[in-house]
Design a protein around this ligand. Structure first.
Ligand code: ZN
Length: 149
């Protein structure tokens, strides 16, 4: 799908909200963030561009994305406002099988992590011993691995 760049409501990046909250958490002004970026990475983004990035009104380039992740000491994926689709939010592995939305946390999980979550809930309710649970996890994981088309 081509983006309609002439539309004023079009979101031009997927890091704006996260960027704003990261900057706020560090107590940095856009001016200070601009300076730190330049100092640590040699990448210059002026304060007005940073504001537009945070509002989702400006496209972020690949090298700016790398520099921002570096400044906050996080991975590029962690700059995204929403979890990347088809990446398990627990183990971070991409998965070919259908995503499972956890009914507990609302996270997108791979089948193995979803199975583990269900079993952990059973343990926390004292209806399974740890040994029984680990046996179940192994059986389920083997089953799910063999079930992939
Ligand atoms: Zn997983």
């Amino acid at each position: 799908m081509p983006h309609r760049n002439n539309c004023a409501h079009e979101r031009r990046n997927v890091i704006g909200k996260k960027l704003r909250s990261l900057r706020a958490a560090k107590g940095l002004s856009t001016q200070k963030l601009s300076e730190v970026l330049m100092e640590l990475t040699g990448v210059y983004i002026d304060t007005s561009s940073l504001s537009r990035l945070e509002k989702g009104k400006r496209v972020v380039s690949d090298y700016e994305l790398v520099a921002l992740a570096q400044v906050f000491g996080i991975s590029i994926l962690d700059l995204y406002d929403e979890p990347v689709k088809n990446l398990c939010s627990h183990c971070r592995k991409p998965f070919p099988e259908t995503a499972i939305i956890s009914s507990v946390s609302g996270d997108v999980l791979c089948a193995s992590c979803a199975a583990k979550e269900i079993i952990n809930i059973a343990i926390s309710h004292n209806s399974l011993t740890k040994d029984e649970a680990e046996e179940m996890i192994k059986t389920l994981t083997d089953f799910l691995d063999s079930d992939t088309p």
